[in-house]
Structures are given as C-alpha cells and as structure tokens.
Design a protein around this ligand. Structure first.
Ligand SMILES: [Cu+2]
Length: 156
C-alpha cells in the first residue's frame, strides 16, 4: 500500500537579511577602484545680467580613484569653471574630484561661469550643462534656475 506523502509547504517568503554590518570600513579595497561620480544640488541663481550667470553644484566621488573635471560646455552659451582667489576670480582647469571626496561649486567659492549667454535664463527654467571628466566621460546636468537670492540649505 502506497502512502501519499503530503507535500511540505515551504515558506520561501522569509526575509533574507542581506549582509550588512560590514559597511564601516572605507571602500578602498579591490572592486572600488574606479571613480564613481554623481552630481547633486545643481542650481543657477537667476542672473541680473543678460549675458553672464553663475552656476553651482557638487560632484561627489564614491569611488576609490580620483577624477578630474577637464572642461564644461553648455548650449546656453560659453561656460568655464572659475575659482575665487581673494576678491577676484580666475579660470580653473583640471579640478580634482578626490577619491571618496567632493568637488564643490558654491556661492563665494568655485563656480561655473556662464558668459555670452544666448538669452537670459529665467527662474523656473533649466540650463543644461555638460561636465567633462578625464576618466568618467561626460555627465549632463540639468541646472534649475532659482531666484536671484536663492541659497541652498547646507549642513548634513
Ligand atoms: Cu567667475
């Protein structure tokens, strides 16, 4: 006489806890050897000038290799990276994005300088800029135009 074996219902929906708890060590070991860039906080204060404007953003590198911002381009007009030295500013080339670090463009410091704008950007519009990096290639950023007095919240 054959016995029917009741199929055992296996609950496969159990939670699988992915291995966490090893995330405290810096990711500078093998496997994190490439630059890994992301851009955040991009904005342009609505310019007062018809042809010139500044732009700000933060490039974050989560990878273990540094990268460099070699140039910036935009269909809106000419754009270069500037750094502020004392009370004047000068064009900056080959700005480093350190491994596990940031390249910060912010009011009062380094900034993107738009010149010879084809038309004046208005609040609510977006200006597209392309950031060209030595290793990571081109990153396209949509930069929203904010009010002339806009100031981003800082802090962590
Ligand atoms: Cu400038």
């Amino acid at each position: 006489m054959r016995r029917l074996v009741a199929p055992v219902a296996v609950l496969t929906g159990a939670l699988v806890l992915a291995g966490c708890g090893s995330g405290d060590s810096p990711a500078d070991s093998q496997g994190a050897s490439q630059a890994e860039l992301s851009v955040s906080g991009a904005y342009m204060p609505q310019p007062v000038s018809d042809s010139m404007a500044a732009g700000f953003l933060t490039v974050t590198n989560k990878g273990g290799t540094k990268d460099e911002l070699t140039s910036v381009t935009s269909d809106a007009g000419e754009v270069t990276a500037h750094e502020t030295v004392g009370s004047s500013m000068q064009e900056a080339t080959d700005l480093a994005v350190p491994a596990h670090g940031q390249l910060v463009f912010k009011s009062g410091g380094s900034h993107l300088m738009f010149e010879k704008l084809k038309r004046k950007p208005e609040q609510g519009e977006k200006v597209t800029v392309k950031l060209h990096f030595a290793k990571s290639g081109t990153v396209t950023v949509e930069m929203p135009v904010k009010s002339a007095t806009y100031s981003p919240k800082t802090g962590h």
